[in-house]
Design a binder for this molecule. Structure first.
Ligand SMILES: Nc1ncnc2c1ncn2[C@@H]1O[C@H](COP(=O)(O)OP(=O)(O)OP(=O)(O)O)[C@@H](O)[C@H]1O
Ligand SMILES: [Mg+2]
Length: 612
């Protein structure tokens, strides 16, 4: 039975004696060799005689009587010890394909695999079980910014940035031991490009007796990472802005009162008075605080802007003397104006602030050896959405203002942080870290964009893009008129004023200030109260000065109600906010004006005089 079974097997079988001579050979093997079992099994033929070349194990070629040799695979087994003389048995697995075809097919398969490997858009790396890279495809070489030579023969871990190596090592050893659930890991790749990648590892089982290999796929996630970071960054800026704006608004009210009362005191204690210097000290400090608050408000884009249509070339020309003085003698200033760059609608004071902040930063960056500071304007036409690194500029006509220095530059890791309030690399007391926050806030509130380019040790360029403004003839004429108007000096006046303000300190100071200038002042601490006050008086009110945000009836609502009865009623809104909700209400032609907080006695009196 056993013999019959052996005859029917689809493999060749032969039995050998202890000297390797064939004593048994099945019919199938005999037929492959072009003969009968009897031709081989008379005990005179050795297995080695039937085989081309050396070796009787593994892949071999058998001689064929009257034909091409055939390729086969041979394995040997030995009978169990103690079961008689040592015998061995060879099993021959057939490979019916003639050798040349077989080789051709193999070459073709290899070529295809290679092609697939090299042309795959996915980055693939092969490694042995010890983690040494044996091959890497073109996509990987390009993605990682490496060369083939630098990758092959190295450990996989050397492809990863040092910070991420431990984690990747843990992942690899788990996967190699077959414990990983075939998941993936995120890591950054070493190499010039700083690529972030998701790595998928697979263990490829080897043939019996071989160790197997590791197959790694890398998915480039750099762009996605950048987007995520950008998003997180802009959210952070927004959150910080809201917080800063809230605090600043409250401080604004307090400071308005402090500065106001100082003004009142100063009007009674002139320069000869022993208290004069002390009061001046208080006022100066309060002014400095107000300045900080103003910067915070600017950052949170809640500053009250008073946009005018201006020509940047003129604005810069006017500033260049000031800038020269600011930067000192060791630094060269070059101002270059673009031709026909057009007009912008900005708050001129704020634009000055932006330029000054950038210039002062540039000066500080060149504090050591001096250098060159270039301020350059140019028309910038953006055709398609353009990324600045932190933002995306939509297509449009812009005016570019570039401030370039040859200073120390900004390290890459700081680039995303410099616009945050209170981010400063300067010594304590030398920088508050509000300069660029202010710039950012003003530029954004004006509808513009800002981009930074910097190289450590070489210098930095800040570019501001402001939307180009197409002004009508009439607007142009009006801008001219405003410039030529001269403010009045004599700040006293007459008339009845209703002052509505919920912050007691601000209201008290305002009322006293105005009375001291000769006006008659009625006070109310909110909208409802204002209506009551008006009901109980028979005076004709010439002007209402009102806060905007108040509990109950707010400023704009109150004014709308009053103007229904008296459409020509003059109004000044006072506020620390520039909220779009009441921006529409402002209309100087119709007697609705605006005074930003904090204001001094003089600011208030000048405004009132101007309006009445
Ligand atoms: N032109 C520049 N070159 C090099 N570093 C710069 C430049 N501009 C800004 N920085 C960096 O950005 C940081 C933040 O600037 P920012 O103007 O907001 O604050 P500051 O200058 O430190 O303080 P402040 O402007 O409030 O006095 C600086 O501390 C500096 O590290
Ligand atoms: Mg600064």
């Amino acid at each position: 039975h056993a013999d019959q079974m052996i005859e029917r097997l689809p493999v060749g079988v032969c039995g050998l004696d202890e000297d390797g001579r064939i004593i048994y050979l099945n019919r199938r093997l005999a037929s492959w060799l072009g003969g009968e079992p009897e031709d081989f099994n008379d005990g005179t033929v050795e297995l080695a005689d039937l085989i081309v070349g050396d070796g009787v194990n593994g892949e071999v070629k058998f001689k064929v009587a009257g034909g091409e040799p055939i390729r086969c695979f041979v394995t040997h087994s030995i009978n169990a010890p103690g079961t008689g003389p040592v015998r061995s048995q060879a099993v021959v697995f057939p490979d019916p394909m003639p050798a040349h075809e077989w080789e051709h097919a193999l070459a073709e398969t290899e070529r295809r695999v290679r092609w697939f490997f090299d042309e795959s858009p996915l980055s693939i790396v092969l490694a042995d079980m010890s983690g040494t890279v044996t091959d890497a495809n073109r996509a990987f070489i390009v993605t990682a910014g490496q060369t083939h030579d630098k990758v092959v023969g190295r450990s996989i871990l050397e492809l990863i940035v040092p910070e991420d190596r431990d984690e990747v090592a843990r992942y690899l050893s788990k996967a190699v031991m077959g414990m990983g659930k075939g998941g993936q890991i995120e890591a950054r790749l070493a190499g010039a490009r700083g690529v972030a990648a998701q790595i998928y590892l697979q263990r490829v089982a080897g043939r019996s007796g071989e160790a197997g290999a590791l197959l790694l796929n890398f998915l480039d996630t750099t762009e996605q990472k950048n987007l995520e970071e950008q998003f997180a960054q802009s959210q952070k800026m927004q959150a910080v802005g809201q917080l800063a704006g809230g605090v600043a608004h409250d401080f604004n009210n307090l400071l308005t009162a402090m500065i106001g009362f100082c003004d009142l005191l100063l009007s009674r204690h002139g320069p000869g008075d022993p208290s004069f210097a002390d009061i001046m000290q208080i006022k100066q400090n309060a002014n400095r605080a107000a300045n900080l608050v103003r910067q915070l408000l600017a950052f949170s884009r809640r500053q009250t802007l008073q946009p005018k249509i201006i020509n940047i070339t003129d604005a810069l020309a006017e500033m260049s003397n000031l800038l020269r003085r600011l930067i000192g003698e060791k630094i060269d200033l070059k101002v270059s104006h673009g031709r026909d760059i057009g007009l912008v609608k900005v708050d001129p004071g704020q634009l000055d602030q932006v330029i000054i902040n950038l210039v002062v930063n540039a000066r500080d960056a060149m504090a050591g050896e001096g250098g060159t500071l270039t301020v350059q304007t140019s028309p910038e036409i953006i055709d398609e959405p353009t990324a600045t690194g932190t933002e995306i500029i939509p297509p449009g006509d812009y005016i570019g203002i570039k401030v370039t220095d040859t200073g120390i530059g900004i390290p890459k890791e700081n680039l995303t942080r410099i616009f945050e309030p209170f981010f400063s690399t300067k010594q304590r007391g030398e920088g508050t870290g509000l300069g660029l926050s202010t710039v950012y806030g003003i530029v954004k509130q004006t509808g513009g964009f800002i981009a930074v380019n910097s190289e450590e040790g070489k210098g930095t360029t800040f570019t501001i893009y402001l939307p180009r403004y197409e002004a009508s003839e009439q607007e142009l004429a009006e801008t001219q008129a405003v410039i030529e108007e001269t403010p009045s000096r004599d700040l006293t006046g007459t008339g009845a004023i209703l002052l509505v303000e919920d912050e007691d300190a601000v209201r008290t100071f305002g009322a006293r200030a105005l009375r001291s200038k000769g006006y008659e002042v009625l006070e109310a601490n909110n909208g409802d109260n204002a209506l009551e006050v008006l009901n109980n008086t028979d005076k004709t009110i010439d002007l209402v000065i009102s806060d905007v945000v108040m509990p109950g009836i707010d400023g704009p609502t109150l004014i709308r109600m009053l103007r229904e009865q008296k459409p020509e009623l003059k109004v000044i809104f006072i506020s620390g906010y520039a909220e779009d909700t009441y921006r529409d209400e402002l209309d100087e032609e119709n007697g609705v004006h605006f005074l930003p907080k904090p204001f001094s006695l003089k600011d208030l009196a000048t405004k009132v005089k101007e309006v009445l």
